[in-house]
Design a binder for this molecule. Structure first.
Ligand code: PLP
Length: 464
């Protein structure tokens, strides 16, 4: 499989280089040159297969011949072998034709483990094979950081530098990153917001000299392999609730648009997805876009779903590329408008094409809390604030449609125990293996929101 950039002018790459490169050199994101197209019976043949078997089938066409079949199969088996639930991503019924897809049984209790545990292994495999090194730089609003660090800790060929907004991630999230003791793990608290952290990472990638001399690699969902690995659970869940014979809808709490874009990819492959519901918190750039066709960032407001406190949604560019008929020049022009004028609008046709698939809803803090409380009272189960945003948005968008609806459960409620306790009056407990999280020693550096300072810090510690 070959990969092209959404901005049309970066070199065409094979899967291995796409994984190691992260961001395309023209500032765009890599996408497959064409989408694999499956028939209904190709999906039907995966019914009753294990998660790893489904993962192998879905992922293999995107990897192409970059990894021999047996190696890929083994890597995928190993990735999901020690998730905390035998089904890897179990479904729990919430009502008539409504299910919660629990994506938080990985080592750091958020859905990001499903992709990052595989990405860590892909890095390891490719770097050992080519004898290279990598300096991973990433920005996190909380969950990416711990999942990426967990996936990369102790891997000799790489150093990982993770930027988080100082004071804006939960205590559990911060400690999951800063208490990891391996020497290839470097945490940086930036005096700024998540968007500032993300902008710093982007600027480091744009600094070609820095990028090349330190072999920068990416773990954010700009890395195609993450989106690819997330396609799997749409298929696995859909098959359990009636696909491919019936169309399924999914509700997805969204920040960087990576998770919900994976649903779009499943649909492009031919999987029968009716609608994709995009849930945002008060940081509603995506909800505004799907309403009006205008993509314009506002200022970031902190919420109880911090992993979605984002006003520049990096993966949205992959959808924009499709809406523009895969015209990289057009995407380039629009993204430049975004940079210089703070936003752009798509045409009425492009908007109506997007609305055929997507609907979006911004969910207030009060609604989020009420959703957490209602599920606690109904079923005695905790849901985390991000998941609650997706559920509230999904309910609003789906209306009284009788078609099956799957809500993506993106984090274990214990990661956000303060918010959940505020909503329910009870406090969710961390799993036993994280019992001593608050006793472990923390390690991180605090830096100003300044590119030169951050680059100097990384240059001193990277071994590339
Ligand atoms: C990262 C994250 C999201 C948002 O996912 P995107 O791929 O950025 O849209 C939602 N919920 C949780 C718990 C997360 O960690």
């Amino acid at each position: 499989m070959r990969y092209i950039s959404t901005r049309g002018s970066a070199p065409v790459l094979e899967f291995e280089d796409v994984v190691l490169t992260g961001l395309a050199r023209d500032g765009g994101l890599y996408v497959p040159e064409s989408w694999p197209r499956w028939q209904r019976h190709d999906f039907a043949a995966l019914k009753a297969k294990s998660y790893s078997e489904i993962a192998y089938a879905v992922i293999a066409p995107f990897v192409g011949d970059a990894v021999p079949a047996d190696d890929l199969r083994e890597m995928i088996e190993a990735t999901y072998a020690d998730f905390g639930h035998p089904d890897v991503t179990p479904l729990r019924q919430l009502g008539d034709n409504q299910w919660l897809l629990e994506l938080f049984h990985g080592p750091t209790l958020a859905f990001k483990d499903l992709a990052l545990q595989l990405l860590g292994r892909l890095f390891d495999y490719f770097l050992k094979r080519c004898g290279g090194t990598l300096t991973i730089v990433g920005a996190t609003s909380g969950d990416t950081g711990s999942a990426a660090i967990e996936a990369c800790r102790g891997r000799e060929m790489l150093q990982i530098f993770m930027l988080h907004p100082e004071g804006r991630v939960s205590n559990v999230q911060r400690r999951q990153m800063t208490t990891v003791s391996e020497s290839n793990v470097h945490n940086i608290a930036v005096a700024g917001t998540f968007d500032d952290c993300q902008a710093l990472v982007k600027a480091m990638f744009d600094d070609t000299e820095f990028r090349d001399s330190h072999h920068l690699g990416a773990v954010n969902s700009i890395n195609w392999a993450r989106v690819m690995a997330q396609v799997v659970y749409y298929v696995a869940a859909g098959l359990q609730v009636g696909a491919p014979e019936r169309g399924i809808s999914f509700a997805v709490p969204t920040g960087n648009f990576g998770d919900v874009f994976a649903g779009f990819v499943a649909r492009e492959m031919g999987f029968p997805i009716d609608r994709l519901y995009v849930g945002t918190n008060r940081n509603d750039i995506l909800a505004r876009f799907f309403d009006s066709g205008e993509y314009r960032s506002g200022s970031v407001t902190p919420t109880i779903s911090p992993s979605m406190d984002i006003q520049v949604s990096s993966n949205f560019e992959r959808l924009l590329f499709e809406l523009c008929g895969r015209d990289g020049d057009e995407v380039s022009r629009l993204m430049n408008d975004q940079k210089t004028n703070g936003g752009f609008a798509v045409t009425a046709d492009q908007l109506s094409n997007a609305q055929k698939i997507f609907a979006a809803q911004s969910v207030s803090e009060i609604e989020t809390q009420a959703t957490i409380k209602a599920e606690w009272e109904r079923a005695g189960e905790f849901i985390d604030p991000h998941t609650a945003v997706g559920i509230a948005a999904g309910r609003a968008c789906h209306g009284d449609s009788a078609s099956p609806l799957v809500y993506l459960g993106t984090a274990d409620a214990a990661k956000f125990s303060d918010a959940v306790e505020n909503a329910t009056g009870s406090r969710p407990k961390l799993p036993d293996r994280l019992n001593d999280l608050f006793q472990r020693e923390e390690r991180f550096d605090t830096l100003p929101n300044d590119l030169t300072a951050v680059e100097a810090h990384i240059a001193k510690r990277s071994n590339a």
